[in-house]
Design a protein around this ligand. Structure first.
Ligand code: ZN
Length: 281
């Protein structure tokens, strides 16, 4: 049982929530009981949530009741500060934070889910690595730049000099530096083979961290509606090349029930909380 101001909640944090989260939330509740300023509260989903209706950031908001109790919410920035007409409801901080944290832990703590997701990630990663079209374009550009530079150098050797030639030469050389850098990155990508075990280790490591850290590492974005939540997870370690920044997979949740949908379906007997996993490239 948790007493929060005048309200008493029972069983709001199910057993699945590790002690770290419970202590963390408890600490925040304790902290605020003594009338500390609200900036002490940590909004663990800050910067990660967007409004499903108008696309604006979901921002934090708090208010103090007559009783002195501080109530905390997440609210659409478009509605709150821009008056854009968005009607998205505000949501209690505790409600959405525990939903996100619990859904994430429940899903990833299941070895079968983790293994299936890792297989899919690996498949996409390998497809990406096998794609050499970007590298080929860069190599073509390098050859063309090298040829242009050689031509200018030849002209200079024959005594042809002008400020324009020098300018062009510098421009080509600068571009060549950039292209060569990109080639290195593309080639490194080929070598950055990851294994299924790496993926599992990364995700497991994230889920063992405190909720704030876990969310920072694992969650790319949350799209919040009044009746559903879409959670986009990162699936590549930040250390990997930046071309992975758009890769994510999605859990789609409606109320607290989570549904599986679309192109990547686990077998029915594998359902955990009816979760849905979409994979994106
Ligand atoms: Zn909105």
């Amino acid at each position: 049982m948790v007493q929060y101001g005048n309200e008493v909640f029972t069983n709001i944090y199910p057993q699945i929530v590790p002690n770290a989260l419970f202590d963390f939330v408890q600490e925040k509740i304790e902290g605020n009981r003594y009338g500390k300023h609200d900036s002490d509260a940590v909004y663990i989903l800050k910067g990660k949530m967007k409004c499903g209706y108008c696309g604006k950031t979901i921002t934090s908001e708090s208010g103090t009741a007559k009783s002195g109790e501080v109530k905390r919410y997440y609210k659409c920035y478009g509605r709150k500060n821009e008056g854009n007409g968005c009607q998205k409801d505000t949501i209690r901080k505790e409600t959405i934070e525990s939903l996100i944290v619990n859904s994430t832990l429940k899903f990833f703590e299941d070895r079968l889910n983790l293994s299936t997701v890792a297989d899919k990630i690996l498949e996409l990663h390998q497809k990406r690595v096998a794609d050499t079209s970007v590298l080929n374009l860069l190599l073509e550009e390098k050859a063309s730049l090298t040829k242009s530079i050689d031509n200018i150098l030849d002209a200079i050797a024959e005594g042809y000099r002008s400020s324009k030639t020098k300018e062009k030469l510098e421009e080509f050389e600068a571009r060549l530096d950039i292209v060569e850098g990109k080639i290195l990155i593309e080639k490194a990508k080929e070598k950055s083979a990851i294994s299924k075990e790496d993926i599992i280790k990364f995700i497991s490591k994230c889920t063992k961290k405190e909720p704030l850290q876990m969310i920072k590492l694992l969650i790319k974005e949350i799209i919040l509606y009044d009746d559903k939540v879409e959670i986009y997870y990162n699936y590549i370690d930040k250390k990997s090349p930046d071309e992975f920044e758009h890769q994510a997979f999605l859990f789609y949740t409606e109320n607290v029930d989570l549904y599986m949908k679309d192109d990547y379906k686990l077998k029915e007997q594998d359902y955990i909380l009816n979760m849905l996993v979409y994979m994106f490239i």
